[in-house]
Design a protein around this ligand. Structure first.
Ligand code: CTP
Length: 460
């Protein structure tokens, strides 16, 4: 693929206004002697899309001189590049460069001088992050890195997690050139995750969880040496050097993937689940059933949005007794107390509810569910699909069912307000929920009969 073809493919891939912007930024960098590169997951995803197209026979990935193919109308497992914010690295001061670019591009700039980073925000809301190329070192395993600015692109790429995330696309001249010092493209072709150096997982053990997440998302595997390093790091308790927040964040990211069960399976394989609790195993079916239930609930078109990740976390921890799951949430993950409470309630009440729901009559079901957390109801549904019918009826019918009148109508008929009102109205609603009062007139007659049973009659 020559430059003209490459240009063409870029133009057919990245929609306006991103492509001209990248050109412009590359050109401005060129004029100032600041090389600018596109980096990060976007480069990986673009290449992966191109590879998929190549597999389907429509385009070939270049072999000799590395030029990236950015011409993939995306029909694949990775998201289109332009859905993501774009990350750029500069060899030179990114903050000063971003400040100069902002007025030229009608963008707002937010800079963090100390970190050598700046974000450009464009009028339509998209962002581009610019970062000064950096070296990183770790004061102790698992800590956040100590950053040293002013590095080369290659050094910046070397600090990253896996070879397939350590590639860059040049935005200066020649625009679109792939820079791949560590063989990321080859690993990508082979579906292999490879760390850049043997200390990678010790420096940052969250990378083991990221690795598992990429394995699950792309159907890739860690190459043998990387897998060995990951297993060794987990066995040596390296994950315990990571803060609760970082561990939780990684776990949640995995559960937000489109196939969280695949992630959980990789976590189990790498010993990550065991490091959370020795008894923890993947319940693949249960995780999959959460997905079924979420689809089912979406089809009911209700106004509430369930906490999907919390449901998956509940299913993940469900092999543990509820008090032990609670301990994992608090001690290992630092899950906020309201979420922990909800998760434990799912585990404790979900099985009862799943068992009880199909046998409850509509009024009893409505009373039981009205005061219940949505996630508990959905978790119960995941445990037993035979409960779907009654739970669905609650969401779609029962909870919206109302009488055709209120206490005020009774007052208007000369009844004196009293405690019997509430009970009679409730009994009438229950009867309506049982489907025995088909008309407003029948409801009214039933209500009056209930009041009369209690000796309440209109005065005057
Ligand atoms: N990175 C890393 N080590 C980490 C986290 C991130 O080396 N613990 C690097 C990777 O090179 C990654 C980049 O920082 O590509 C950006 O990180 P992030 O946005 O979290 O990841 P993406 O690769 O974009 O992944 P995703 O598709 O999940 O957003």
């Amino acid at each position: 693929m020559d430059q003209a073809q490459l240009r063409h493919s870029l133009e057919s891939t990245i929609p306006p206004p991103m492509l001209p912007l990248l050109h412009r930024i590359g050109g401005e960098g060129e004029r100032r002697g600041i090389p600018v590169y596109l980096v990060g997951g976007v480069v990986r995803d673009l290449l992966m899309n191109a590879l998929e197209r190549e597999k389907s026979g429509s385009v070939s990935l270049p072999h000799g001189r590395e030029e990236v193919v950015l011409n993939s109308p995306v029909v694949s497992r990775v998201p289109p590049a332009w859905d993501a914010d774009l990350d750029l690295v500069t060899e030179g001061d990114a903050v000063a460069f971003a400040r100069e670019l902002a007025p030229l591009l009608s963008a707002a700039v937010k800079a963090h001088d100390r970190f050598g980073t700046a974000t450009l925000t464009f009028p339509e809301g998209s962002h581009i992050d610019l970062t000064t190329a950096r070296r990183e070192s770790y004061s102790r395993p698992g800590a956040l890195p100590v950053v040293e600015l002013g590095a080369s692109l290659e050094e910046d790429l070397f600090r990253r997690d896996f070879t397939l995330n350590a590639m860059a696309v040049r935005l200066g001249e020649p625009f679109g050139e792939l820079i791949d010092p560590f063989g990321g493209r080859m690993d990508l072709r082979n579906g292999a995750l490879r760390v850049l150096h043997p200390h990678s997982f010790i420096d940052d053990p969250t990378r083991i969880m990221r690795g598992a997440r990429f394995e699950a998302r792309f159907g890739f595997r860690m190459e043998p040496e990387t897998r060995h390093l990951a297993l060794e790091a987990v066995r040596d308790g390296r994950l315990e050097t990571v803060t609760q927040d970082r561990l939780r964040r990684e776990l949640m990211l995995g559960l937000e993937e489109s196939s969280p069960w695949a992630c959980a399976e990789r976590w189990e394989d790498l010993g990550i689940l065991r490091s959370l609790h020795p008894e923890l195993r993947t319940e693949e079916d249960r995780l999959r059933r959460i997905a079924d239930v979420l689809r089912w609930f979406a089809s009911l078109r209700q106004k509430e949005t369930p906490d999907r990740t919390l449901l998956y976390l509940t299913a993940l921890l469900s092999p543990l007794p509820p008090p032990v799951a609670q301990e994992v949430c608090v001690e290992k993950l630092g899950l906020p107390p309201p979420k922990t409470e909800r998760l434990v309630r799912c585990l404790e009440q979900g099985p009862n509810l799943a068992e009880a729901a199909p046998a409850l009559d509509p009024p009893a079901l409505t009373k039981r569910l009205k005061s219940e957390k949505l996630e508990v109801i959905l978790y119960a549904a995941a445990l037993d699909p035979s409960a779907w019918e009654s739970l669905g009826a609650y969401f779609q019918v029962y909870r919206h069912t109302k009488l055709g009148f209120t206490g005020n109508d009774l007052l208007a008929q000369g009844y004196r307000p009293g405690p019997e009102f509430g009970a009679a109205l409730e009994a009438t609603l229950d009867e309506k929920l049982r489907g025995r009062l088909k008309t407003r007139r029948k409801e009214w007659e039933y209500l009056l009969a209930k009041l009369e049973e209690q000796g309440v009659t209109p005065s005057g």
